[in-house]
Write a protein that binds this ligand. Sequence first.
Ligand SMILES: [Zn+2]
Length: 216
Amino acid sequence: MDHATPTPREAAKGNDGGEFQSPALERLVRALGRLPGLGRKSATRIALELVQGGGETAAELAESVTAAREQVRTCSRCGAITEDDPCRICCSDKRDSALLCVVASPVDILPFEKAGFFQGRYFVLGRLLSPLDGVRVDDLPFDRLDARIREHDVRELILALDSSVEGEATALYIQRMIEDLDLSLTRLATGIPVGGALAYTDEATLHRAFQFRRSF
Ligand SMILES: [Zn+2]
């Protein structure tokens, strides 16, 4: 890099709301700024690093985004993120189909798999009921959950939903949905933080919350 060129940090610092003289760079900044959690300042810093830094990072990023978009899909049985459909967990004969763990997001499967104690299968809802935000019963895959419970002879449904208002509303709906079925409904013991933080719960806490799961 030319020594006269300001570092990305210096350049971003000097940029207080104005625009660069490069429409191409502005386009990149705007595209990055649409990503969750990135404001213009962070987007500018990343854009400059990609443009002025070593070409390897930019090339690797472009290639990995393209590859991920082509290869990543959602398991049609459980909703996990996978490259094969059905996913590895749904296909494994070492898994106990009678145990079904219901989670809000595919990310919530990761801490369970990392901890390794859970030998059942999963069902991803994708979102939680939230009438105030317009997320209603028809927006969640309850029909598929019902079919899954019946087809796979599930004996215990474990709710691993956070204890937010949305998590509670979703849990209550599932409770009513299965009340005529012969299976036990449990939920993780308290200790899981409120607000979608299941994915960031440490293994020991998660294992304890699972061991002391209670009837719902
Ligand atoms: Zn699956």
